[in-house]
Write a protein that binds this ligand. Sequence first.
Ligand code: UD1
Ligand code: PEP
Length: 433
Amino acid sequence: MSNLIVHGGRPLRGDIIPSANKNAVLPILCATLLTDQPLRLIGIPEITDVKKILEIFRVLGSEVTVDYASGVLELHHRDTHFDPKLHHLPEEMRSSIMLVPPLLARFGVARLENDVKGCTLGVREIDPHVEVFQRFGAQVESSPDSLIIRTPGRMQANDHWLDYASVTTTENFVLCAASAEGTSVLTNAASEPHVQEFCRFMAMLGVQIEGLGTSRVSVRGGGPLGGGEFRFDEDFHEIATFLAMGAITGGQVRVRNSAPQQFPLIDRTFAKFGVEVVHENGWSHTRQNGPLKVVKPFTSNILTKVEAAPWPYLPVDLLPIFIALGVKAEGNTMFWNKIYDGAMGWSSELSKFGAHVFLGDPHRLITFGGLPLSPASVESPYIIRVAIALFMVAASIEGRSEIRNALPIRRAHPKFVENLRSLGAVVDWVEED
Ligand SMILES: CC(=O)N[C@H]1[C@@H](OP(=O)(O)OP(=O)(O)OC[C@H]2O[C@@H](n3ccc(=O)[nH]c3=O)[C@H](O)[C@@H]2O)O[C@H](CO)[C@@H](O)[C@@H]1O
Ligand SMILES: C=C(OP(=O)(O)O)C(=O)O
């Protein structure tokens, strides 16, 4: 087990250059397998999920050259082969599911392990994915530990309407549609910034996509796919996270941010805790007047509310970070996770710091913030952003705290501890058997 030890109570200050967004990088890595032409990806982050995907590419015989220091990845899937009896896709990460369409397109068969659930946020359905594969002509067979998916011939273009705007199902639809002859249209498509970034990569490969950033995406596929060079965008999760680190510790962190147009709702959410986010000259920083305080709504008898749902709502992966601010800010806030049914169970860990939180139902949590907090040893579930939120609370409290099982952070944030140290944090990884 990897634990984070932090000696908190120090205001964090300084500049951060954010890394790429794991949830853009991973579908893009999966998509590279569609083409046998050489590719150069710039800004590849050194995170465990990336390493797992690159490892399976090597096992499949692809050429992989990566230099994390310069952030350059060269990929060439020329002599790549796949055998479902021999090759297992990476487990404990959601993105493996997006290797299925390229495997189908190139080898007519894919095998998906059962554990592609990723963070333990509650139900992570695979049925919407299976429906997409079937609509494109795939046959899906269930075995005790995996699914075997086969396409008897070429995938067939089709139209589909999702039950809900699922991020990875939208990406899987685009991946299937890229290989299917003709135009396929997806309605109720997800439109998160990482979905848009992924679609821009697909366009670079030669796929024609319309409706980027909307809930109806049209994909013209079946043509030859090329190679090329692609530079990853900055990760809005990491930008918001480091801004919040500054705010919760009473410091001020400046983060490079080339896409402030993605931030209006994120900024308004910070403002609910008395934190102003300022975007200028390609950078963002926070400003606050004294300790954090929940801003009361004008409507009488309701709580200040933070609602997370598919984009353009507040991204659900940012909710734990704002819950940390809610614990610290004087006043009461209701946090509403409209997506996951099991993403709030960790709230009992917050009480170990002396925080008062109330889990009304699996989707709704109320923080009664601003109480005196003391350092503690807390245990993170396998949820990246929760390990970070627990760290944030700990960093705001004077004394030694421990976040046990904080390893999921390494799935998404390269140099997390190094970045924190550059801001003045006293923090270390400690390994435990
Ligand atoms: C690799 C990757 O990109 N992972 C992200 C992706 O996961 P992922 O694509 O798995 O998330 P989905 O959008 O499919 O949603 C996850 C689950 O939430 C439930 N659900 C979702 C939306 C909805 O309107 N109704 C509903 O019930 C379903 O049970 C679904 O299985 O999107 C999630 C939601 O932004 C993020 O937390 C994950 O970080
Ligand atoms: C939940 C996340 O990732 P995954 O879907 O891969 O578990 C996340 O990035 O916060």
